[in-house]
Design a protein around this ligand. Structure first.
Ligand SMILES: [Zn+2]
Ligand SMILES: [Zn+2]
Length: 151
C-alpha cells in the first residue's frame, strides 16, 4: 500500500498521527511513514514498562511535542535516554544519543492504522515467565533499519 493510500484510508492529514501519555500531560504528533513496530525484551524495557515493549521509530525532526508539561527524560545508560510522563508514568520515547531517530512506544500512539508488529529484539534477555513469540522474526539493528516504513 502506498503512503497516499494509507493516509486516505484513515483520514489523516499529511500522515500526522497523534499520541499522548495516559493522563494527557504529554501530547505529541509524529509525521509521515513510520518504521514498523519492533518488540523489545531487554531488561530495561521490562523494568520501565512492566513487561516487554513495542515501539516504532521516527526521525527526530518529525516528532513534534504539543504539550510537554509532564515530559521527563531519564539517562538509562551512557548511550541512551528514555522519556516518560512524570505524572502518570507512561513510557513514551527512547533515544540513542548517537542516533537522530526517536523510538516512540506504540501504546502511546492514538492512531496505529497501517502499522504492524514486524519483529523483536533482545529475545535472549526475556524474563523466564513468558515465551517470546516464535512467529515474530528476531532481528538485528541493521535488519530493522532496512525495513520499509509503514503508514
Ligand atoms: Zn501522563
Ligand atoms: Zn528494550
Amino acid at each position: 500500500m502506498s503512503e497516499t493510500d494509507g493516509n486516505a484510508a484513515s483520514g489523516r492529514v499529511s500522515g500526522v498521527r497523534r499520541g499522548s501519555c495516559a493522563c494527557g500531560a504529554v501530547r505529541f504528533e509524529v509525521a509521515g511513514p513510520l518504521r514498523p513496530i519492533i518488540a523489545c525484551h531487554c531488561g530495561q524495557c521490562r523494568k520501565m514498562s512492566g513487561h516487554f515493549t513495542a515501539a516504532t521509530e521516527v526521525p527526530e525532526a518529525r516528532l513534534r511535542l504539543l504539550h510537554e508539561e509532564g515530559l521527563r527524560w531519564y539517562a538509562s545508560s551512557a548511550k541512551a535516554r528514555r522519556a516518560f510522563c512524570g505524572t502518570c508514568g507512561s513510557t513514551l520515547f527512547f533515544k540513542l544519543n548517537e542516533r537522530d531517530h526517536v523510538a516512540v512506544f506504540a501504546g502511546a500512539l492514538d492512531d496505529v492504522e497501517g502499522l504492524s508488529l514486524a519483529g523483536q529484539i533482545h529475545a535472549a534477555d526475556a524474563a523466564g515467565y513468558y515465551r517470546v513469540p516464535d512467529d515474530l522474526p528476531q532481528l538485528e539493528r541493521a535488519a530493522i533499519d532496512a525495513l520499509p516504513p509503514q503508514g
